[in-house]
Every structure is written in structure tokens, then in C-alpha cells.
Design a protein around this ligand. Structure first.
Ligand code: SAM
Length: 282
């Protein structure tokens, strides 16, 4: 197994394949040898477990996952990395590459086809330009997965793992908490990547609820209300929701009062239960 977190080895592989980093695709490859084994371990990858990796790059995390899991399916958009991964993962017969855009894939179908009843987890160093869309796709598609362990920008990690009902939280915090229990695992400095990004990163794990924790009659409405409530953070939730959704302010205030929520509360003051009650009442 090649040491893919060694800068010399990476440079050699990349230059032999004539590869140059694409900023547009968020290509910052991990070069800190301690990060990938830790991520693989904390992701729940192991015996009897199948792993989906998004964006394997040259395969530094993939190698660690293949070493412990029963099967690893990696989805990589950049066709130039196909021959690189052929080389770096040679010898692992539990690895399969899908050269595609993760946003275009039917992941439920992929899991059924590839993992055949196995426990499944997601583990990835995500491309930063689509962090939230990828996380939301993984959650909204209601995949039969145990957990999502991903590296994201530190600020995104702190936002996602903030407590709902506090200033640090946002629409994404509420959305993620609806489907899972988020946990910030550890921080990773910008110098752990090549090329080094401008900001630090962190690894988070979303422990996906097997059964929905919150019961809603209209999920779509719930998400519209969250988005509207946080769309003008400085305003009260009543103002923000009424102006964004085109509702009478008095109607929103009376709904808030019926749910025992202060009419002057801001979105960041509302708890998960408040949002659920409000979506049911409005
Ligand atoms: N896992 C590698 C590592 O840790 O060194 C690379 C991580 S790099 C931050 C993100 C990877 O995601 C790149 O390999 C990039 O080409 C790939 N990628 C970007 N957009 C993607 C998409 N829409 N679908 C699948 N892979 C994507």
C-alpha cells in the first residue's frame, strides 16, 4: 500500500499522470497522515459494513476505508483521477469506483444494488463548494445509512453542530437535526491539505435517526418555514416568515402564540419542537 499522505509520493503520482489540481472541483487533498485512519475509525467502517465515499481524490482516505470495511464504493466526478485510483487502489478487491457527479446519482438504488442488506455508512472529505447540497441530499434521500462522517470547513462544521435555539445555529442546523444527531469530532488545520485552503476544517459525524424523531404532516412546509424564518436573521421570526412566505403578519403571530412562542422571538431562539409545532399550526 503506497503512503498517499506523503507529499513526495503524491507529487510523483500526480506528475506521472500529468494531473493538476482543479479549484473548481474543490480539490484539496489530505497530506496529514493522522487524519484518514482516525476518520475511517470514527465513521463506523469495519467488518460487515459497506462505505460510500464521495470524492476519493487520489485515494488516501479510500485506502484506509478499504483496509477495514467489507466494501467501498467511491464516487468521483473527475475522470482524470480514474487511472490514478486504478494505480493507488490496486490490490483492493473490495473497491469500486463510480465516475460520476454525486448530485446526479440515485443513491438509494446504488445502496440496494451494491450493498445487499449490509450496514452502510458514508465517509468523505467533501469538496467545499457543495458541502451543504451533498449533506442535504444524503439526508433528504432518506438513505438506509447509519452515519455520515465528513470533513467540511470549520465554520460549516460549527454551524451544523450548533445547538438549535442558539445564535450559532441556522437553517442548516435545524434541517440536519431533523434527520440526525450531529457531532463535531475533531478539527483539522489548513496545512493538512495540498494545496492548503484558506480556512481550517473539521470532521463531523451525523448519526442518522433510524426512525424519524419528529412527526410532521407536511415536511415540505416545515423546510419552507425554516428557510423563511432564517432568511432575515435580524428580524423577528414573525416578520421574516410573513414577508418571505407572503402571509399576513397577524396570522403568523397568532400561530406563534398558539405554539407558546414569543411573537418577538427570532429564528435563532426557536427550538426543534417550536419549529415542528409551528409547521403543524401554520
Ligand atoms: N478524498 C480526497 C482527500 O481527502 O485527499 C480528496 C478530497 S477533495 C476535498 C474533494 C474531491 O471531490 C475531489 O477529488 C473532487 O474531484 C471530488 N468532487 C468534486 N465535486 C464532486 C462531485 N459533484 N461528485 C463527486 N466527486 C466530486
Amino acid at each position: 500500500m503506497k503512503n498517499l499522505s506523503n507529499i513526495g509520493t503524491i507529487k510523483d503520482i500526480l506528475s506521472r499522470h500529468g494531473f493538476s489540481f482543479s479549484k473548481k472541483l474543490g480539490q484539496n487533498f489530505l497530506v496529514n497522515p493522522s487524519v484518514c485512519p482516525r476518520m475511517a475509525e470514527l465513521s463506523g467502517a469495519g467488518e460487515g459494513v459497506g462505505v460510500i465515499e464521495i470524492g476519493p481524490g487520489i485515494g488516501v482516505l479510500t485506502q484506509e476505508l478499504c483496509a477495514v470495511a467489507d466494501k467501498v464504493i467511491a464516487v468521483e466526478i473527475d475522470t482524470r483521477l480514474v487511472p490514478v485510483l486504478d494505480e493507488t487502489l490496486e490490490g483492493f478487491d473490495n473497491f469500486k469506483l463510480i465516475n460520476d457527479d454525486v448530485m446526479e446519482l440515485d443513491l438509494n438504488e446504488l445502496i440496494e444494488r451494491e450493498f445487499n442488506g449490509m450496514k452502510v455508512v458514508v465517509c468523505a472529505n467533501l469538496p467545499y463548494y457543495i458541502t451543504s447540497p451533498v449533506i442535504m441530499k444524503l439526508l433528504e434521500d432518506k438513505l438506509p445509512i447509519e452515519a455520515i462522517t465528513v470533513m467540511v470547513q470549520k465554520e460549516a462544521a460549527e454551524r451544523i453542530c450548533a445547538e438549535v435555539g442558539t445564535r450559532a445555529g441556522g437553517a442548516v442546523t435545524v434541517a440536519v437535526n431533523y434527520y440526525s444527531e450531529p457531532e463535531l469530532l475533531f478539527k483539522v488545520s489548513a496545512g493538512s491539505f495540498m494545496p492548503a485552503p484558506k480556512v481550517d476544517s473539521a470532521v463531523i459525524r451525523l448519526n442518522v435517526y433510524k426512525k424519524p424523531k419528529y412527526v410532521l404532516t407536511d415536511e415540505e412546509k416545515f423546510f419552507k418555514i425554516i428557510k423563511a424564518a432564517f432568511s432575515q436573521r435580524r428580524k423577528t421570526a414573525a416578520n421574516s416568515i410573513s414577508s418571505t412566505l407572503g402571509l399576513e403578519k397577524s396570522e403568523v403571530i397568532s400561530a406563534l402564540e398558539d405554539c407558546s412562542i414569543s411573537p418577538t422571538a427570532r429564528a435563532e431562539n426557536l427550538t426543534m419542537d417550536d419549529f415542528v409545532k409551528l409547521a403543524e399550526r401554520l
